[in-house]
Design a binder for this molecule. Sequence first.
Ligand code: ACM
Length: 515
Amino acid sequence: MPAGDCELNLIPLPVSCERRAGSFRLPAEPTIGCGPGEGLEPVAAYLAARLHAATGRRPRVLGGAAARRAHVRLASELPEKAAGREGYRLSVTPKGAELRAAGAEGLFRAATTLLQLMPGDDAPAVIPCLEIGDRPRFAWRGLMLDVGRYYYPKADILKFLDMMALHKLNVFHWHLTEDQGWRLEIKAYPRLTEVAAWRRHTRFGHERLGAGFDGVPHGGFYTREDVREIVAYAAERFITVVPEIEMPGHAQAAIAAYPELGCTAEQLGVSCQWGVHKHVFNPGKEEVFTFLETVLAETLELFPSEFIHIGGDECPKDEWKANKLCQKRIRTQRLKDEDELQSWFVRRIERFLRRHGRRLIGWDEILEGGLAPGATVMSWRGEEGGVAAARAGHDVVMTPNKDVYFDYYQGDPQHEPLAIGGMLPLEKVYAYEPVPKELTAAEARHVLGAQGNLWTEYMPNFRQVEYMTLPRAAALAEVAWSPREARNLEGFKARLAGMLGRYRAMGWTYRPPKG
Ligand code: ACM
């Protein structure tokens, strides 16, 4: 049966869902059976905690032979070949719920579905009998959060990961460095957190605000301990944290802390103003590569992600044109121009990451001047970059601004909190198709998935981040997880009511859908 006919409030919609007669009532003293399977205990513990929060009943986790008699059973019993790492089957009978997958990751996604089936509020914990078979369409289902423009405390980042887990989103792209703030502790370069993490105030120039500044110092950073905790919390939810260390542009805060990294003798401050800045790293200097490789080496210690994002967007070349060392580099490397200099720079960083067993991903500007071998492209200025990279045999992640920039307005700006501009209502996110129609089937296999981006110039507090994320993340989740042919806007809107109830139960701020 097409899952859309299931009349359950599931988001994202599973691949298949069949209702059966009867229902299962979670007893007053529920048990969760763990196994057979390796490493399932953390999934059972997570499910027990969430079920307790949702129903007030605290489940006991049983292992060994007793697991088979539990009310809710988690078992690694599906071959990975058939189910993939994230696929699962969920069977609910009057006796209980059985969750089966190839391993812990699939069981975690199954547990997420089971939790969505639990009625909210004070309703009795009764769920209908059913049989669900499910697996994601795309492996990369991401959200990016910019913490450079505003710093959000660790607790907010953990909340963001909970929001992602509820939607079966699995890549947290963490934009950690910006002109207005460097947020990652680096042992070898203490001034990054002593100096680059702080700005004097925040200037604005927005048609609705006029121009001015707030007079309020702003800053903060994540310690290595914070990062370890965040990465572990994400891993428990089978979310990969992809760190972004921006280069060669959006680097003014780092250059303010270490002026020798820049292209002029000027002592810069950490920027207090939004926009594209012309002060960028100097690829003519070897010490810039020493700095970046040291920063990346420390980053790799903290983040096990295969992909490491190096930015690459919005790097004006004015300073490179005027700088002797940059021009010398262009000559000695026999490069044509400054675009090729950026390409040379990215290739060098790509080799460094590859030597350390990682893969480079960057914004679509890394195509200009020639794409580094092995690089993956994040297509943001529309779909063209993604199309070009996939045609050239490179992997791509689709995050076109017109479809998935969650910093854009969700409705009439007159009735919305201040945002950067643009217009991206929920329906438009839902209509997004991550595989550009220009691609052949073979090229389309390079599309790893889709991602929504939260640039935070106009999100000075985390409540505003939540408001801009929810419920557009629900639409993105369905785009990236569910079969294309199953998508249906009316059905999605009807099911969204359940999701909004979950947001309320968690105390999360969201934008009420209108109309
Ligand atoms: C970007 O939005 N500058 C990647």
